[in-house]
Ligand binder design. Structure first.
Ligand SMILES: Nc1ncnc2c1ncn2[C@@H]1O[C@H](COP(=O)(O)OP(=O)(O)OP(=O)(O)O)[C@@H](O)[C@H]1O
Length: 708
């Protein structure tokens, strides 16, 4: 119901109506809009605008200058600068300073012959120019001559004579000064030239004098020393600039609608850049601005790599965090990985994985999680995952299993950490079969670990039925396992073992989490076949590196990730290698893994082997099974044929080590790979897909005949 806000509701007679002169009312409203008269108060369409309270200034503040301000200042500058208070920081600062000094010394040393040539060329010119200047001053001609000339041109003899008299008065004493200066200079030169002056005074004074003369003699636009530093494009972010940038996205109509929220909206330094937090107007959400990052960067007149708009997790969707770096982030040098030279990690605690655009450390955590690294070839998946494995090498309790199905050798450094049978590198069927066998071993571990952990939990080593460090330390059978598979899509899409491998992985990521089993998977093919939902949806930590579209983003990070602001699509392969968007541990963040080259990884792995006392315990891998023999072993006498969905559980019951995750589809794929057809089988009163015993027997006989 619409009511007149100026009239109390009880006074309104719903049936009554006012007779209004419409022409007069229109004229009034137009005049009111122009601010000429106040519109009629009883006009329901006329509203007094709410009073607007201007917020506090948000630009970075100037330092307080009054004593009371200083005393009341809520934040104080630390007594020691941050880089001095922290030993690592101080060391890094010193190293940076030395590196910069070394660089400049080198650059100028190489150019020194050029500089010497320039000095030799310009110094005589400088000497001539200096002599001319001194002479001009001594004779008092400088300035006076042109004035006299002017008087002469005007035939003004009186002025000319007056000017000349003035010049003579000046020059009479100046000659004395010049003569004294000349004598002093000659004496100084004599002392300098004599044996009284050691060479180490002579040389720098002479060089300094020549350089000074050359500087005086050179044209203004021809410096002697070349510029070696091109200053980075640096912009201090202000409220005006922030508004300008956001306006450039075209999403907001009026700059004043972009509000800096009280308390947190003050633009401030944050790492090597500025951070602004803004509230966007109604109907505009932060993701929209993230989407328009290019236009935003254009509005700020900065390279895109310097502009990092972000959605703020746990805030309302219209709140945007805009971080503007001092330099393009890809050109910034990342801090070194803190575990590079020493230190240990703990499977059950976070460790540093990489750094965000603001160069803040980003942590990684292994317990109760699994990992996925997805991205296009060259995006940096293998190197990113390698940092996770390198971190785990530094926990002596961790058992390793690593399979590199690309076979490029990115993971060779981890071989000494893996038990026999748990390392493989190659794009061949043998390596795939070994990786599959490793999955069977993990399934077996899932079966045996549960009851053991339960026993320790009841004994008071944990309040939940989950593996913790105390239990892992107590029982060698319960050491945490980190199992990595690079190019996992090769295994998942294998026509023979792919289906059962995917089923095994689904089971492992679901069950192994609480049992201290962490699967790390890497893939460059991001589609439904290579990344089955059953596997990915159960993986907690997912990192999506450079990908071409929102489809891959959502497949890798989970449905809706793109809508929530994940933009791995903006990373460029090559320049941005190693950058990815990560979800699953802390808020969604852009992170670049610490850069560890092959030598660094090898050093870390050697430390890992030493931490394990140079001993890597063997594991009890399940026997290699033959599916046809096993099917025969579970066949019930009298059956001609049987359905896949009956045979799969039979196999799982009889040989749990190998088949506990097997489903009908995976079994069918395994058997079809042996050239046996999947056929309609009538059994137990129903017809479904399955296999006939005769076909199995024939295939076995054929195989035996072939090997004889
Ligand atoms: N964190 C990083 N920092 C700097 N450079 C990196 C980083 N990660 C990767 N790179 C660079 O990117 C290159 C490719 O990395 P990587 O081999 O990990 O890519 P990939 O995605 O695994 O490729 P592929 O799918 O072909 O195996 C590396 O050789 C390295 O030069």
């Amino acid at each position: 119901m619409t009511t007149d806000p100026m009239v109390p509701a009880e006074d309104v007679d719903a049936k009554s109506a006012r007779i209004v002169d419409l022409n007069q009312r229109r004229a009034d409203r137009a005049a009111a809009a122009d601010g000429l008269v106040t519109a009629d108060e009883s006009d329901v369409e006329t509203m007094a605008p709410e009073s607007v309270t201007a917020g506090a200034p948000v630009d970075p503040p100037d330092p307080p200058d009054r004593l009371t301000d200083l005393l009341d200042a809520p934040r104080r500058v630390p007594i020691l600068p941050a880089w001095l208070a922290n030993v690592d920081e101080a060391r890094a600062q010193l190293a940076r300073t030395m590196a910069v000094a070394g660089y400049h010394a080198g650059v100028h040393a190489v150019r020194s012959p050029l500089y010497a040539g320039k000095v030799a060329w310009y110094a005589p010119k400088g000497a001539g120019r200096l002599a001319g200047r001194v002479l001009g001053w001594t004779t008092a001609e400088t300035g006076n001559w042109s004035l006299r000339q002017d008087a002469a041109n005007r035939n003004d003899a009186k002025t000319w004579l007056e000017l000349d008299r003035h010049r003579q008065r000046q020059t009479s004493w100046r000659w004395w000064v010049t003569a004294a200066g000349l004598l002093g200079s000659l004496a100084a030169a004599g002392v300098l030239y004599s044996d009284l002056t050691p060479w180490w005074v002579k040389a720098p004074v002479l060089a300094g004098g020549l350089i000074a003369l050359a500087r005086y003699g050179r044209p203004l636009d021809k410096p002697i020393i070349e510029r070696t530093v091109v200053k980075a494009r640096y912009r201090k972010l202000t409220a005006e600039l922030t508004r300008k940038g956001i306006m450039a996205t075209g999403l907001v109509k009026r700059p004043e609608d972009i509000v800096f929220p009280a308390g947190i909206g003050e633009i401030r330094r944050d790492g090597p850049g500025y951070l602004a937090i803004v509230d966007l107007p109604d109907g505009v959400i932060a993701v929209d601005v993230v989407e328009e990052r290019e236009k935003l960067a254009g509005g700020l007149r900065l390279p895109i790599d310097q502009v990092w708009p972000e959605v703020m997790p746990r805030e309302h969707p219209s709140r945007l965090a805009l971080w503007v770096a001092d330099r393009p982030v890809s050109a910034m040098k990342q801090p070194a990985w803190p575990l590079l030279k020493d230190g240990r990690t703990d499977f059950f605690k976070p460790f540093v994985f990489g750094f965000d655009p603001r160069m803040r450390p980003v942590m990684y955590r292994m317990d109760e999680r699994n990992s996925l690294f997805a991205g296009f070839p060259g995006s940096g998946k293998s190197l990113s995952a390698r940092v996770v494995l390198a971190g785990m090498a530094l926990d002596p309790l961790v058992t390793f299993a690593v399979f590199d199905l690309a076979g490029r050798g990115d993971f060779d450094a981890f071989e000494p950490l893996c038990a026999p049978g748990l390392f493989g590198s190659g794009a061949d069927d043998g390596t795939k079969a070994d990786a599959y066998r490793m999955l069977m071993w993990l399934l077996k571990e899932c079966d045996t670990r549960g009851p053991l952990i339960k026993k320790y939990a009841t004994a008071g080593l944990n309040t939940e039925n989950k593996l913790n460090r105390a239990i892992a330390l107590k029982d060698a059978r319960l050491r945490p396992i980190v199992a990595a598979i690079d190019e996992v899509q090769e295994l998942i899409t294998d026509p023979e073992i792919g289906k059962s491998a995917a089923a095994a992985m689904t089971s492992i990521v679901k069950r192994g989490r609480a049992l201290g089993i962490h699967l790390v998977m890497m893939t460059q093919r991001i589609d439904k076949e290579s990344l089955p939902k059953g596997v990915t949806s159960n993986i907690a930590i997912r990192t999506c590196l450079a990908v071409p579209s929102h489809v891959e983003t959502d497949l890798a990070l989970g449905t809706g990730a793109y809508r929530q602001g994940a933009r791995p699509t903006q990373f460029e392969i090559g320049v941005d290698a190693g950058w990815g968007v990560r979800v699953g541990f802390g808020p969604m963040t852009s992170v670049r893994a610490a850069y560890l080259d092959r030598a660094a990884v090898e050093r870390v792995c050697r430390r890992g082997v030493a931490l394990r006392g140079d001993v890597v315990a063997g594991v009890d891998l399940p026997a290699v099974r033959d599916i046809l023999d096993d099917l025969r072993a579970v066949w019930v006498a009298g059956e001609r044929g049987q359905h896949w969905d009956t045979l799969a559980p039979r196999l799982a019951d009889r040989f749990p080590d190998a088949y506990s995750a097997l489903n009908a589809e995976a079994l069918s794929a395994l058997v079809r790979a042996k050239n046996i057809e999947s056929r309609n089988v009538k059994a137990n009163g129903a017809t479904r897909k399955g296999v006939y015993l005769a076909d199995i027997t024939a295939a076995i006989e054929q195989r035996t005949a072939g090997t004889d």
